[in-house]
Design a protein around this ligand. Structure first.
Ligand code: R5P
Length: 306
């Protein structure tokens, strides 16, 4: 088995390689002055099973192109099979036509990925469970929820000592399946879902309501907001303010993919939450990190599923 990394998340690729007692195989990735890339495999891969680690996080287009070329280069060099570990699959939020005339971008990316010759995909916490249906090749859709459950269990046990009950919160109705799964992992911990509305043209977010079982009082509880990703930080920011107004005592945030686009750091630094837990599915450079941020590693989960 040989393991290769694109340029988007080499620290995660190194962790996975170390866990497999391998070292990353070398690739030559040359960028021409006009931005085109040339990829060359610098290892012997004939009849080898190869793994490529590449998150298609920002810069999404660059990272996808690089991945297509790495897979093509491996196949042309004689690789027996190529597994693409794409911890964050870019364009996943464009999984259907929201407004007449739009492209279904994720479907185009998946078709291109398959055309490049990849044999299997490993990815994490997709925005919709429908996305695997776009693939004609095997896909392992993994989740960071077990990592989150471990942390939430410890924090809620501490809260119980001061009499605070826990509650899981989905910041939008689309996350209800995720929150139900997490509730099961945590022995049926109660949950609620915020009803959010996003203006498809401007991106503006408005919170409309919270759906919670009638016998549950939100006041004084420890809240665990769980989302698939933080991009601009807008959803999380609005959700935390809303919950604080509802009288929840403390809020923690859990999100698998730390996209941290635009001014996300400025928003997240000021958020009234105890801690923000994310994973290393997307590489977070030092300049995008802040004291409340905690990064959990998905390397072990990837290794267990190779
Ligand atoms: C939306 O449906 C997703 O689950 C996330 O809540 C959303 O994509 C986060 O984006 P942002 O941080 O830009 O609000």
């Amino acid at each position: 088995m040989k393991i290769f990394s694109g340029t988007s998340n080499e620290p995660l690729a190194k962790k996975i390689a170390e866990g497999l007692r391998l070292t990353l195989s070398p690739l030559e990735i040359h960028v021409f002055p006009d931005g085109e890339k040339r990829i060359r495999v610098l290892d012997e891969v004939v009849e080898e099973n190869c793994i490529v680690i590449q998150s298609t996080s920002p810069n999404v287009n660059e990272n996808y192109i690089e991945l297509f070329f790495i897979v093509d280069a491996l196949k042309r060099s004689g690789a027996k099979s190529v597994i693409a570990v794409i911890p964050y699959l870019g364009y996943q939020r464009q999984d259907h036509v929201f407004r007449e005339g739009e492209a279904v971008s994720i479907e185009v990316m998946i078709k291109t990925l398959q055309a490049s010759g990849v044999d299997k995909i490993i990815t994490f916490d997709l925005h919709s469970i429908k996305i695997p249906e776009f693939f004609a090749i095997p896909i392992a859709h993994l989740s960071a929820l077990p990592l989150f459950a471990e942390k939430i269990r410890v924090i809620s046990e501490e809260g119980a000592l001061s009499g605070a009950s826990p509650i899981l919160i989905s910041p939008d109705m689309g996350g209800i399946r995720r929150i139900k799964l997490l509730s099961e992992l945590l022995g049926d911990m109660p949950y609620a879902s915020i009803e959010k509305d996003r203006n498809l043209k401007t991106g503006e977010i408005k919170i409309k309501n919270i759906h919670v079982a009638p016998n549950i009082n939100l006041k004084g509880r420890f809240a665990f907001i769980v989302d698939d990703m933080i991009a601009s930080g807008g959803t999380i920011d609005k959700a935390v303010n809303f919950l604080k107004k509802k009288g929840l005592a403390k809020v923690w945030i859990f999100a698998t993919h730390a996209i941290f686009a635009e001014n996300a750091k400025l928003i997240l630094k000021k958020i009234k939450a105890e801690k923000i837990y994310v994973t290393n599915s997307v590489f977070i450079p030092k300049e995008k990190q802040f004291p409340k941020l905690q990064i959990l590693s998905i390397a072990r989960i990837v290794i267990e599923n190779l």
